[in-house]
Design a protein around this ligand. Structure first.
Ligand code: PSU
Ligand code: MN
Length: 313
């Protein structure tokens, strides 16, 4: 442990391995836990969480899965806690609005992209791997806190784009308005999570994680303190066709509407319906893209480490 007093609150409980890596300016990759508590069914959720940690390690970086556990902000989880989160039936989906409330109440909280980014930024983790971020929903005004988080928090988020259950075009416009660079790894188009294309442009196409790291570095070096979105199309062999996604999403959303599902419950509900409507193929796609994103994020973190770009909070 370092004697230097950290500038984040004492509620933070950082795994020793993560703490040591941060202080040695070594590569660390943040991982979210809302996908464990609300995104995927048991036991796939705990299996993929473990697997992502392993993939990050295999690349030479340290994984830091973030969650709220009994009044503490945990950064880096042990196996027992991971398993508890994965099995929890009453875990809270934690964004920014309910972060402090969930902490004060105790219990378990799965952190979304917004909440995980906030924690990463507080402790100085600059790279984060997830599946898809939230965005602008169709119809009613419902904009994910993931977007303002991307606009204001200094973290590079690796994802497979946003799902077509969101208004992808409005989401892409929002990112531009708020100055979030969108990088495409091996693609000129923003990927659409279950699909490899959306027809919407990225700001720059790169061919390697190291090249992405170069643009991230420059963005921050000149003084920007917001996020960067690195988008990676899911592997071709598990991609769904736009037609089947559209049909399944329309049906899932109609169901959600009939059931009166609102707010933060919409995404988890629609994801579960999609899994049913695609005979589990949406889950296979989700798992494959999570693996890939963990690897890419670790390689970006390593490239930042090599460039001396691990910036503490
Ligand atoms: N996309 C997924 N799986 C998920 C989520 C998004 O493929 O589990 C979760 C993420 O944690 C994301 C959150 O940050 O949903 C967005 O929720 P909302 O739209 O309520 O902000
Ligand atoms: Mn929402």
């Amino acid at each position: 442990m370092d004697e230097q007093k950290p500038n984040f609150a004492e509620e933070f409980l950082i795994a020793e391995e993560v703490w040591d890596a941060l202080h040695a300016r070594r590569a660390v990759v943040a991982l979210e836990s809302a996908l464990i508590t609300h995104g995927l069914p048991y036991p796939q959720n705990v299996e993929i969480a473990r697997e992502m940690e392993g993939l990050v390690r295999a690349e030479g970086a340290v994984p830091a899965t973030v969650a709220l556990v009994e009044g503490r902000v945990r950064v880096g989880l042990d196996e027992t806690t991971l398993e508890r989160l994965a099995r929890a039936e009453k875990a809270t989906k934690v964004s920014l609005n309910n972060f402090g409330i969930t902490l004060a109440r105790g219990g378990l909280g799965g952190t979304t992209v917004a909440a995980t980014m906030w924690v990463a930024d507080q402790v100085g983790i600059r790279v984060f791997a997830t599946g898809g971020t939230g965005g602008v929903h169709h119809g009613r005004v419902d904009v994910s806190a993931d977007l303002p988080a991307l606009a204001t928090l200094q973290v590079a988020v690796v994802c497979a784009g946003v799902k077509s259950l969101l208004d992808v075009e409005a989401t892409r416009e929002w990112l531009e308005t708020y100055g979030v660079p969108v990088i495409g790894l091996g693609t000129d188009e923003m990927p659409g999570f279950y699909t490899r294309r959306t027809g919407l442009p990225v700001d720059v196409r790169v061919e390697s994680p190291a090249e992405a790291a170069r643009f991230i570095t420059e963005h921050w070096h000149i003084g920007f303190r917001g996020g960067v979105l690195v988008t990676v199309p899911l592997p071709e062999e598990v991609a769904l066709t736009p037609e089947e996604v559209e049909a399944a999403v329309a049906q899932a959303e109609a169901e959600a509407h009939r059931q009166g599902i609102r707010g933060a419950d919409v995404t988890p509900y629609v994801l579960a319906s999609l899994a049913r409507l695609t005979d589990g193929r949406s889950i296979e796609a989700n798992l494959a893209l999570l693996r890939q994103n963990a690897r890419v994020a670790a390689r970006i973190a390593i490239a930042l480490e090599q460039a001396g770009q691990i910036l503490l909070s």
